[in-house]
Ligand binder design. Sequence first.
Ligand code: AN7
Length: 350
Amino acid sequence: MNYRGVIHRYHKYLPVKTESIITLHEGNTPLISAERLRKAIGLTARLYLKFEGMNPTGSFKDRGMTYAVSKAHEDSAKAIICASTGNTSASASAYSAKANIRCVVLIPEGKIAYGKLSQAMVHGSTVIQIKGNFDEALKMVIQLGQHFPIHIVNSVNPYRLHGQKTAAFEICETLGDAPDFHSLPVGNAGNISAYWMGYKEWRQEGHTSKTPCMLGFQAAKAAPLVLGKPIKSPETIASAIRIGNPASWTSAIRAKEESNGTIDKITDAEIVKAYKMVSTLEGIFCEPASAISIAGIIKFNKKNPFKKNQILVCTLTGHGLKDPDVAIKNSPKPFTCKNKLDDLVKILKL
Ligand code: AN7
C-alpha cells in the first residue's frame, strides 16, 4: 500500500483512533551516505545524513505535528497554538489546515527565516509577531493555554516528542542496528530528547543491540545547556535555534548523561563552514541550524577521533530553501553577462 506517514507505520507506538489520523505522509526520509564529506573531514568512520528537510513542510517537526494534531482532532479541539522560531509554526499551520482546526502562531518579529514565515501565512493561520524573542513567546503561549481552551503544540506537548522519536526507529531499521553516535542541533531540546526516547524504546523492543552516544550542539551565543543557565538574549545566524531557555532542558541533559554523550557549542563561523561543505560536497541543501550537526562532528573528531567502522548519523533537521537569505549571503555572487557569446566565453575563461 501507498506509504501513509509515521502514525500508520508505527501505530502500535503512537496510539490514536485511526479515523482521527491527520497525515501529510511525513517521515520515511532518506538516510544518505556522505562519502565526499567524510573524506573532507578526514573521518575514518562511516557517515550518514538523515535528511529531515524531505518532510512535507521541510523539517523534522512534521513527525511530531502529525501526532499532536491527530490527538487534538481526536479530542475535538477547536484551536491549536504554538510559539516558534519558524519550523514549528510552518508545520502546525499545514497540519491544522488539513485537520480544519484554527491555528495561532507566535513568532519573534523579524527573527524568522522568510520561507518559514511564508509557510505560516499561506496555510491560513493567525500569525502574530511578538516584540520579543522565542522564549518570551513560548511563555505567553503556556500562560494562555492555562486559561483558555486551546491546545499547545509546542514540544511541551508530549505527543510531539513521541512522534519525533520515529526518526530513530527509521534509522535503526535502515542500518539494521543503532548507530554508534548520533549528532543533532539542540534548540528547545525536544528533538534530542525524542531521539533518545526512540533509541531506548527500540533497544527495549529487542530490535537493536545498542543505543548511540548522543551528541547535541548549540550555537555559541545561544548555548544555555552548555553554560548551565538560561540566556536572556541568545544570538546566532541559525535562527531556528536562537533559544535561551529550552523547554526540554532536563530531558536533554538526561539524554546526554544516559547515553554517555555530550552537548557542546559551535561558533557561527563553524556553522557556515559546515553548511557550505554539505551543500557543495554532497548536493544537500539544509538550513544553517541543521549544519551544526556536521560542525559538531568536525569539532568532536579533533578531540576524540572516531574509529574506523563506527557509524555516525547526523540529522539535517530542515531544508535550506527555508532560509534563502543565508544561502545568498554566503555563496559566490552570480556573474552578469551581456547577451553575447564572447562575453560568456571571457567570463568562463575557456
Ligand atoms: C531546523 O520551530 O524550536 O532542540 O520553534 O527548526 O527540538 O528545539 C525549531 C527548532 C533544529 C532544534 N533544527 O530542535 C521552532 C523550533 C531546526 C529547527 C531545531 C529547530 P529542538
